[in-house]
Design a protein around this ligand. Sequence first.
Ligand code: SF4
Length: 235
Amino acid sequence: MTRRDLLEYLQDFAWRDIAAADPELEPAAAAARAGAALDPTGAEDPLAAADLPAMGRALAACRRCRLCQRRTQVVFGVGNPRARVVFVGEGPGADEDRIGEPFVGRAGQLLNAMLPSIGLKREDVYIANVVKCRPPGNRDPEPDEAAACMPYLRRQIELIDPAVIVCLGRVAASHLLGTTAPISSYRGRWTTWAGRDVLPTFHPAYLLRNPAAKRESWADFKKLREKLRVDEPKG
Ligand code: SF4
């Protein structure tokens, strides 16, 4: 993707005016896609799985909470199994439930458009949710549903071993960080979870509803870019 292509793409989401005005804007970095393929025939304990594909296979039959009752399929996660950044959302929506991949609707398209502005592509990162089955009517996950599914997210993150976790939105941040405060009060501030650096920021769906918040979101993404530069493995 050329710089011009990137700018035109970002314009579709009104991200351009914010990102393009920043003199530090970079073209996208190239990287190979290495996502976790899922085989729904596996039957092992998901938490005992040695890698993401095995965990995905085992989790496909999960009935640990009531969200199993109306799902089309478990939406395990997608992306680079060795990603330096894991993005965490709240749960699958209708498109994700149908396709079996997180963040494939409009919010996912916006996230895809935001990543190149900090030198990343969707294929570079890993994307998962707090709950892996769609809450009916896209409601927030109930506390017991999130508690049932969080061990799987924790294990996914252990297997990926990222440098950074980005919480997308209030629901993800509340379950990872244990806060009920409005996300606007702590977004953009680095914290830690399970010994890893965590950056809470707005959910892309919120940005679609509140375009004015894209400026703050861009500021958060620049902090993420800076963190990845500082922590970049040498050699
Ligand atoms: S939401 Fe998580 S814990 Fe609940 S059934 Fe789906 S995979 Fe299992």
